[in-house]
Design a binder for this molecule. Structure first.
Ligand code: IMP
Length: 432
């Protein structure tokens, strides 16, 4: 029963869209199980660049069915916009091809306003959220007030529920955050219209995914964000509000653990982060500019969802080992190795120093305050000059690039099975 899982091993933006694109060619179902439109998955197909935020990116393969699981938080308005964008690009989207879990939570414009007001109120300690309403929607879910997609099916009751929710959030905005009141009469019609468009796509997902697995179909679970943004295992509180690790797949799709065949950890050859929070190997100045790129091409390090320049740094193997422990990766997919070409030496963080002691593994669960106290201990590996973008086999890579990859797999104890060397869809090296 082949359930394959793709997980970001860092703070998101690892290039998962690329991996999903590759694996979804051989999958029947492609599923998102966590998060919402805070994600940004860039997939390049020939001349076209698709930027998907909420629909599983494997949908661009015509024979897949896209599944949006119960672990997600879905904004009907951005989903409807993304559906139109895909249709305009020639992707067929019918209720047979896109399934939305009736238990998925809904994001509203009120959640978005609250998200921004709450993050701004944190001042210097702000999380730097994407402002998409993710946190407030998950708060409503956990406090059992949330709106679920299945409620859209009862038009009158849903309209009442949304109106009541708007009124409640409006009170919070005005009284706690000194913001203008919410104009329900203006927001409601558009919101309800978008929600109504989703009606034919809503169904009970668990049994459908279970049946597909039982028939031997391949289900690809597409993780959003990354391990270090996981609400429990990540660098708390600078995290998102969902379970981003492989363990979230089971509750987020409604399937059991015995179905897993493969867990692919996707990681860049260096480290990036959007938003606030500790980042032990963060760089500034020229080295940072080198890794980030100028922004002239879509592969450079600027957020897909927010356009913010990403924070960048050297490869942190302590955090990669931690990510492996949280997910049980069966293999690694290393992206953007080409970006390191031209460096004489490449520092890699192999341990931390904290309170005068060296740590090769984290002895705490991601806690941001403790991670702030960790200083990287680097080992320098030889760099290479060659442009890697045309390499297609392991032996095409310079010896130093191979040594860099082997160092990572040896340190983590997980094979690096695939390496990508340019944004072009086929620019990768598969090692069997
Ligand atoms: P939220 O998910 O919008 O609540 O944002 C919480 C934190 O997660 C912020 O630091 C965001 O920048 C970060 N974040 C959320 N989604 C992504 C993503 O897809 N890639 C990278 N960072 C993300």
């Amino acid at each position: 029963m082949p359930l394959q899982i793709v997980i970001g091993a860092q703070w998101g933006d690892e290039g998962k869209g690329r991996v999903v694109d590759l694996l979804s060619e051989r999958s029947e179902l492609v599923a998102r199980y966590n998060g919402g439109d805070n994600a940004g998955h860039t997939v390049t197909v020939g001349e076209h660049i698709y930027k998907l935020h909420v629909i599983p990116s494997g949908i661009i393969h015509p024979r897949t069915v896209g599944v949006m699981g119960s672990g997600m938080v879905i904004n009907p308005q951005t989903l409807v916009e993304e559906m139109s964008m895909l249709r305009a690009a020639g992707v067929t989207l019918t209720p047979e091809r896109l399934w939305i879990s009736d238990a998925a939570q809904l994001i509203t414009p009120a959640h978005r306003l609250l998200d921004r007001a709450q993050d701004a109120a944190l001042g210097k300690g702000k999380i730097g959220t994407t402002g998409r309403g993710i946190g407030p929607a998950y708060v409503d879910k956990a406090s059992r007030r949330g709106l679920r997609a299945g409620e859209i099916l009862d038009e009158a009751a849903f309209s009442e529920r949304v109106r009541a929710h708007f009124a409640e959030v409006s009170r919070l905005l005005v009284e706690l955050y000194h913001q203008p009141a919410l104009d329900a009469d203006q927001l409601l019609p558009e919101y309800l219209a978008a929600a109504a468009e989703l009606r034919p796509y809503i169904r009970r997902i668990g049994p459908l995914v279970q049946a597909a697995l039982a028939q031997g179909q391949t289900v690809l679970a597409e993780g959003a964000q990354g391990t270090l943004l996981d609400v429990e295992q990540g660098t708390y509180p600078f995290v998102t509000s969902s379970c981003t690790t492989s363990t979230g797949v089971f509750s987020g799709l409604g399937v059991g653990v015995q179905t897993v065949e493969r867990v692919v950890g996707v990681t860049k050859a260096f480290q990036t982060r959007v938003g606030s929070g500790p980042f032990p190997t963060e760089l500034a100045g020229e080295a940072a500019d080198f890794l980030r790129g100028s922004g002239a091409n879509p592969w450079d390090e600027y957020g897909t969802t927010t356009g913010r320049p990403r924070r960048v740094g050297w490869r942190d193997l302590v955090l990669l080992r931690y990510a492996h422990e949280a997910n049980a990766f069966t293999e690694l997919f290393l992206t953007k190795l080409d970006v390191l070409s031209g460096l004489k030496e490449i520092p890699v963080c192999v341990a931390y120093e904290r309170n005068g002691k060296q740590l090769a593994t984290l002895d705490f669960s991601g806690d941001a305050r403790l991670l702030e106290q960790c200083h990287p201990v680097y080992q320098s590996l030889p760099g290479w000059d060659a442009d890697l973008r045309a390499c297609r086999t392991w032996n095409d890579l310079p010896v130093a690039a191979r040594a860099y990859v082997e160092f990572i797999e040896k340190t983590i104890g997980v094979p690096v099975r695939t390496i990508s060397v340019s944004p072009e869809r086929l620019a990768m090296i598969q090692r069997g």
